[in-house]
Design a protein around this ligand. Structure first.
Ligand SMILES: Nc1nc2c(c(=O)[nH]1)N[C@H]1C(S)=C(S)[C@@H](COP(=O)(O)OP(=O)(O)OC[C@H]3O[C@@H](n4cnc5c(=O)[nH]c(N)nc54)[C@H](O)[C@@H]3O)O[C@H]1N2
Ligand SMILES: Nc1nc2c(c(=O)[nH]1)N[C@H]1C(S)=C(S)[C@@H](COP(=O)(O)OP(=O)(O)OC[C@H]3O[C@@H](n4cnc5c(=O)[nH]c(N)nc54)[C@H](O)[C@@H]3O)O[C@H]1N2
Ligand code: SF4
Ligand SMILES: [Mo]
Length: 740
């Protein structure tokens, strides 16, 4: 025995990098390098991926289930843990009804096989309407705008980075984040390549980020005002006759859109945005003139009061400049695991409403901004129990301090999470998933957002010990426990497989139309575990699949695993709007009534605009990932990154020097942060990163505790949301500053 090499996809961010792991004979990961043979990432690796081995072997990672005993947690057997969950959930449901149990699903769940395949089953088994996810602290506005424009909230166009000649990027900092809602390993390299082939990159951001520094042009914008800028661009395209809608006969609402933009001339929006009118006009002209251009907005544009309007207007610009669904523009990926024949119902929101604030359901969930309301407010339907799956809302939610207190008052809480942290310390039962090395990977969520069609399956690198459940097993057993039943968790997979096959066999246009489902079911048996069989089924029914033998050269899980262990490149993005559209009209709705109605709010804001002295924005750092990589010594070493950046002139005015402590206060609370004066942020803007504040009692993350930082979400406001999506507002939060 000795060292061995294994390969897998990095599960830490959206970039989908292939990794080459070196393992010692005890199964510990001793080295991580980029997988040069991966056709998509080609060996690219960032500092986080490079420390995956340290994360994998973190001594604070929970290896066994924990059950709470008074104020502390003790190790428990898996059977005891699941029995406790079954009993306590049943008791809450019996006393208070199904909606009394809520589910919160966090970000890492989108980076696992288990989350997308089993998360929904947990919610369904509970039969609760109280579903919350990190999506309403992130990209929900994009789902809503795409739902209204294209009919499908998952039909999110991505910038065709490798072929575009002009990229207008708002509220994104891929040099730190490695990209989001656009999976592209080595995003920075792909941006540089745009410039190298003579194209132009324009960045709109209140901070001169590393991405802005790399771009040809950086426009400072007042936080929260992108919708005005975007409307100004739309206005200019119409006013100067620069509109070229290429999708002839497929677009509704062109005249409505023109009318809506009339009031937003560049001269009117310039004072609000801080961007000169002439710059706005020039930006519109350059966008229209570019041969292949894409507009791309990310979290800076979503986590604002006008999040949905921003997300919508980004794609309005893509349509008006003729760049939607064409190479080099904004295109729809075609993931290998998603069937294209499925009929979908046109998107709608508000099918039910939240109890306390009467907020509409969006994508089947309520905003995380109202989770504390629903836990604290007495009355029928009040939340008494919570299941968290891979989430840390005690740090990540708006006004997290309030939510943290609310969690402490629950009758019962269970967390599927590898750490005893700020959120899970409130849990009565913690069910930790195994190490990444013991976990299979196929990126169900993110290959649907990749800038090339791509698939890769990584089987577990190290086998699980007997009796140790995988995360899929944990979620399947949780679903069973939630339904109050005993029995075989595999029955869940069988149910899903047979219903999917039955539907596929019954649908004209499916590659297995008219086939016997028993025969199809048998064909899956050899692909491995039930989880793997489900993946196999999805791939075989997908656009590149073998159609269960119909196309013998097509993909199966076995073929992906054995013939393409480093992943398979399925080509550049292809125009596919016909496949994607599922609006009632069958056309792109350029000016959906819901969005158009929300423009009233924009009018009002334009009239009454009075800027606050200071507004807060967020910040991401390359060596961090939301709240949970701060226990990796290699990533927190060096200078403190949890600082309050403020403009040098503001600092001088307030008498604040580098290293001074400044109290940042808002309606909801305050934090004392270490000042970092810099010219990188605009005057009147301050920036704090999120995911910090690791000094709470009862946690078990020794390294993070030593690098605690402060929680910015003690000052963000859960009452401020984007009304159409319910999304949290993390940018443009009015704050006051005082030197301590
Ligand atoms: N290293 C690292 N990588 C990550 C993460 C991480 O925490 N660390 N998190 C992951 C997650 S969950 C996500 S969702 C993605 C996010 O990926 P990105 O969207 O690229 O994230 P950020 O780096 O936060 O970039 C957002 C930018 O918006 C700017 N901004 C703030 N307010 C405004 C505004 O009002 N208007 C405009 N135009 N810009 C504004 C900010 O200054 C910032 O530069 O990153 C993922 N990758
Ligand atoms: N102020 C401010 N707040 C923000 C943001 C911001 O920009 N500014 N960004 C928002 C965004 S974009 C997001 S996505 C959210 C994130 O919000 P959350 O998803 O609530 O928080 P994370 O910090 O990602 O926490 C992830 C949790 O998952 C656990 N975990 C890690 N790996 C696994 C795994 O394999 N399985 C399971 N079951 N658990 C795992 C970790 O231990 C941790 O407890 O934060 C949001 N909050
Ligand atoms: S960029 Fe993202 S996927 Fe790639 S190595 Fe870094 S954390 Fe992993
Ligand atoms: Mo996110």
């Amino acid at each position: 025995m000795g060292d061995r090499t294994a390969f897998r996809t990095c599960p830490l961010c959206e970039a989908l990098c292939g990794l080459e792991l070196t393992l010692d004979d005890g199964g510990a990961v001793t080295r991580v390098r980029g997988d040069k043979a991966d056709p998509f990432s080609k060996g690219f690796l960032c500092p986080k991926g490079a420390t995956l081995g340290v994360l994998d072997g973190d001594p604070d990672r929970l290896r066994e289930a924990l059950v709470r005993d008074g104020e502390t947690h003790r190790t428990a057997g898996w059977d005891e843990a699941f029995e406790t969950v079954r009993r306590e959930l049943a008791s809450v449901i019996e006393r208070y009804g199904r909606d009394a149990v809520a589910v919160y699903i966090g970000n890492p769940t989108a980076h696992s096989v288990a989350g997308p395949l089993y998360g929904a089953a947990v919610v369904k088994a509970l039969g609760t309407r109280n579903l919350y996810t990190a999506s309403t602290a992130d990209q929900m506005p994009k789902h809503v705008s795409c739902g209204h424009m294209f009919g499908d909230p998952l039909a999110i166009p991505v910038p065709d980075l490798d072929r575009t000649g002009h990229l207008l990027m708002l509220g994104a900092n891929p040099l730190e984040s490695n990209g989001s809602l656009a999976s592209a390993p080595d995003f920075p390299g792909r941006l540089k390549a745009i410039r190298e082939r003579g194209g132009k990159v324009v960045v709109v951001d209140p901070r001169r980020t590393r991405t802005a520094a790399l771009a040809d042009e950086h426009l400072f914008i007042r936080p929260g005002t992108d919708a005005f800028l975007l409307m100004g661009l739309v206005h200019t395209l119409f006013a100067e006759d620069l509109v070229t809608v290429r999708l002839e006969g497929m677009v509704n609402g062109l005249d409505d859109m023109r009318a809506l933009a009339v009031d937003f001339a560049p001269e009117r929006v310039a004072p609000v945005t801080g961007i000169p009118a002439e710059t706005i006009r020039r930006t519109a002209r350059e966008l229209a003139a570019a041969d292949r251009a894409a507009v791309y907005g990310r979290i800076g544009t979503c986590t604002q009061a006008f999040g949905t309007l921003n997300s919508w207007l980004v794609d309005v610009l893509n349509v008006l400049t003729g760049n939607l669904d064409r190479p080099g523009g904004a295109m729809f990926p075609r993931p290998a695991h998603a069937p294209v024949y499925r009929r979908k119902k046109p998107f709608t929101t508000g099918r039910w409403r939240s109890r306390v604030r009467d907020l509409p359901e969006v994508n089947g969930e309520f905003p995380v901004a109202t989770l504390a309301d629903e836990i604290e407010t007495p009355g029928e339907g009040r939340i008494r129990a919570l299941i968290t799956i891979g989430g840390n809302p005690a740090l990540s939610a708006p006004n997290a301090a309030r939510l943290d207190r609310a969690l402490a008052g629950l009758d019962f809480m269970v967390s599927v999470d590898p750490y005893l942290n700020e959120t899970t310390r409130h849990a009565h039962v913690i069910l930790p998933p195994p190490r990444p090395a013991q976990t299979p990977h196929y990126d169900i969520a993110l290959t649907g957002l990749a800038v090339r069609d791509y698939a890769r399956y990584s089987p577990p690198v190290v086998p699980l010990p007997d009796g140790r459940p995988s995360e899929s097993d944990i979620l399947a057993r949780l679903a069973l426990a939630a339904s109050g039943m005993d029995g075989d968790p595999g029955a869940l997979d069988e149910m899903i497989i047979s219903s999917t096959l039955r539907k596929a066999a019954g649908l004209p246009g499916s590659p297995v139309h008219g086939r016997e489902t028993d025969e199809l079911r048998k064909m899956l048996a050899e692909s491995g575990t039930l989880t793997e069989q489900r993946l196999d089924m999805m791939l075989r029914l997908g656009p590149y699949g073998d159609g269960f033998g119909a196309d013998p050269s097509g993909l199966t899980l076995t073929r992906l695993r054995t013939e393409h262990p480093h992943g398979i490149d399925l080509g550049a993005l292809k125009p596919r709007i016909d496949e994607v559209l599922c609006t009632t009209s069958g056309r792109v709705e350029l000016c959906p009534s819901t969005c158009a109605a929300d423009v009233d709010r924009l009018h009002t804001a334009l009239r009454t605009h009075r800027p606050a002295d200071f507004v807060l924005i967020g910040r991401r750092h390359l060596r961090s990932n939301n709240s949970w990589l701060h226990n990796v010594p290699e990533l927190v070493r060096g200078s403190n990154t949890c600082t309050l950046q403020l403009n040098t002139a503001d600092a001088a005015r307030l008498g604040v020097g580098a290293g001074d402590t400044v109290r940042v206060a808002s309606r909801t609370g305050s934090v004392d942060a270490v000042a970092e004066p810099t010219d990188a942020v605009m005057p009147g803007v301050v920036s704090l990163p999120h995911g910090w504040g690791h000094d709470r009692p009862g946690t078990r993350t020794a390294v993070a505790r030593e690098h605690a930082g402060v929680n910015v979400n003690a000052v963000t406001d859960e009452q401020e949301i984007d009304p159409l999506s319910g999304n949290a507002v993390f940018n443009g939060v009015p704050v006051t500053l005082t030197r301590c």
